[in-house]
Design a protein around this ligand. Sequence first.
Ligand SMILES: Nc1ncnc2c1ncn2[C@@H]1O[C@H](COP(=O)(O)OP(=O)(O)O)[C@@H](O)[C@H]1O
Ligand SMILES: [Mg+2]
Length: 284
Amino acid sequence: MVILQIRNIQYRYHDGTYALRGVSLDIRRGEFLAILGPNGSGKTTLLKHLNGLLKPLAGELVLEQKSFTQYASREIFQRVGIVFQDPNDQLFAPSVWEDVAFGPMNLGLSRDEIAHRVDEALSLVDMMLYANKTIDALSYGQRKRICIAGVLAMRPEILVLDEPTCGLDPAGVTSLMTLLKELNGKHGITIIMATNMVDLVPVYMDRLAIMYQGNLLRIGTPEEIFSNMTEIKYACLELPQIALLMKILRDEENLQMNTLPLTIGEARKFLVHKINCNNLTIVT
Ligand SMILES: Nc1ncnc2c1ncn2[C@@H]1O[C@H](COP(=O)(O)OP(=O)(O)O)[C@@H](O)[C@H]1O
Ligand SMILES: [Mg+2]
């Protein structure tokens, strides 16, 4: 069930900054995991360890029971794909097709297989019509999709994304999250995503981990994590907007609820139920 184990890893940058102070985390096969935490808490540093871009100062990473040190780095690159925060750091080939083909070419695949992989990846991210465009001609959101396609062309088991919704407009955020949910649900890809958008978490993710000052503060389901206000505040995070409204209704308007609804769907169900119950009371 556990696909990737992070065992007590520490990391220090050249200038002496301790970015990770002993982080342990089990990533489950097929889950959609969010990594939350304020700026500078170590999210990016942690993600860069997951495909071997950074090597821990202490501790180890274990992919399917085997330590990273026992794999060729190429194999880890293929199995764990990482999408950087800024697409301009990732894209470098002149055209979309060449960029997406770069990974499969490095795997030494045949021309036909490369072409097949590029078509497949572009179709997954709904960018088939852009295959021959130059990268310059793409919008920011489209560049993000091409970065994801480049990683998908390697057919990874794990997809790691660093704040992928950053810089997108609201429609772009929804469309990207729908794509990720589909890759996770339909194609079974395990997804780990750093984000600061708490509102997305209860809608799309199974679990979330909170980073704070180079430590992993806690991991749990959205229900578990968002029920602990003290910890949320301590980690400089906030409740999702809907949960905040429901909390105000509970604490200041005395609307009784057993658990705090976290999404529009849950809040709607709860409120409709309350309204219906109240109507019944009035009628009888
Ligand atoms: N290249 C670097 N050199 C030195 N310190 C760095 C470097 N990159 C990040 N850091 C420091 O490491 C800590 C964690 O940073 P980072 O992993 O980028 O956090 P986050 O992604 O949560 O914002 C911060 O204190 C940051 O300043
Ligand atoms: Mg970061």
